[in-house]
Design a binder for this molecule. Structure first.
Ligand code: SF4
Ligand code: SF4
Length: 319
């Protein structure tokens, strides 16, 4: 879906360039046990697209031979990929951090009852979406029954030590606003989440990451159909903070799609803004770390979503 791309062109977003690549984010496949209304990659149980063995081998080789310190795995539900566990174990054996972007409900799937134990054994960091601590809001956004299964998943992870202050098993949650507004300040919202989840369900977690909704794909189309696309872009621009430019995630991260093509970030991946070399789409199998440092990053108006207010990245607020 590149339907909002034409509206983002002719951007006045400041030019930025790449630093050393330290984080590799891969979309390992589009299959998911859920089918959320707002899913930006249109995942569902019916999707079959997945990274093939050669591309996974190329990911491993790149990580092994580069300064990458973290492999960040997304999907779909990444755990459904048949090679997920093998890849995680191989990367952890290199002493590289692994992040699993987990939807929590996957932990309750019948054939995944040993998944949480596997993640804990491998000391995989978990980043999980929980857009609200109220059942109605979560079920509305992510599907009926998702809140209860998410709570069950969080409790299961806590039982293994995830999110506990005396453990090194990290469990972070992700929040993004329901509509076209900036997320509230991260620290007070995190405090509210911690208070309510502990009081109501006995749940602990490490950090809450607040993310801005990006004016692309389905959210972008909704803004267009409501006639408020340009208002939202104006809000993002008005809230732009230059200090965030130093820390936007594309400075030290690259994003790889399930076919192995390379992008500056996940959002550019969704917009089909491939990294190009000599007129050709760059593929992970041809990539060496040092080739990217200093390269200009492809920026359009959606990038203001990363620099508005407190800033926004896959690790939450920037300042
Ligand atoms: S859990 Fe995530 S990947 Fe799966 S359908 Fe929902 S938003 Fe998409
Ligand atoms: S949208 Fe992507 S390219 Fe643009 S600033 Fe954010 S991370 Fe960088």
């Amino acid at each position: 879906m590149h339907d909002t791309l034409s509206l983002l062109n002719h951007s006045d977003f400041p030019a930025i360039s790449r630093r050393k690549t330290e984080i590799l984010q891969i979309n390992i496949g589009l299959r998911c046990n859920q089918q959320c209304v707002h899913c930006h990659v249109n995942s569902s149980p019916k999707r079959t697209e997945k990274m093939d063995e050669e591309t996974i081998a190329a990911v491993y080789e790149f990580v092994k031979d580069s300064d990458v310190h973290t492999l960040d795995i997304t999907g779909g539900a990444p755990e459904l990929h048949p090679q997920f566990r093998e890849l995680v174990a191989e990367i952890r054996a290199l002493n590289i951090n692994v992040i699993d972007r987990c939807n929590l409900t996957i932990l309750s799937e019948p054939d995944q009852d040993d998944l949480a134990d596997f993640l804990a054994e491998q000391q995989v960091d978990i980043v999980a979406s929980l857009p609200c601590y109220q059942k109605e809001n979560v079920d509305k956004q992510r599907g009926k029954g998702v809140f209860d299964l998410s709570i069950k998943g969080l409790q299961q992870l806590n039982f293994l030590g995830y999110g506990k202050s005396d453990s090194n098993l990290k469990l972070d949650l992700v929040y993004n606003p329901q509509g076209p507004e900036l997320p509230p300040e991260q620290a007070p919202l995190e405090a509210s989440f911690k208070k309510v989840l502990m009081q109501e369900y006995g749940i602990e977690f490490n950090q809450l990451f607040t993310l801005c909704n990006m004016p692309i794909n389905r959210f972008g189309s909704t803004l267009v159909s409501k006639g408020i696309f340009h208002d939202y872009i104006s809000l993002l621009k008005k809230s732009h903070n230059n200090d965030n430019l130093d820390n936007v995630m594309c400075r030290n991260m690259i994003s790889i799609d399930w076919q192995g093509f390379v992008y500056d970030c996940d959002f550019n991946q969704m917009l089909g803004l491939n990294m190009m070399e000599a007129g050709k789409q760059l593929h992970i199998s041809e990539l060496t770390d040092s080739r990217l440092e200093g390269n200009e990053i492809t920026v359009l108006d959606h990038c203001y979503g990363c620099t508005a207010g407190q800033g926004s990245s896959c690790g939450g607020a920037l300042i």
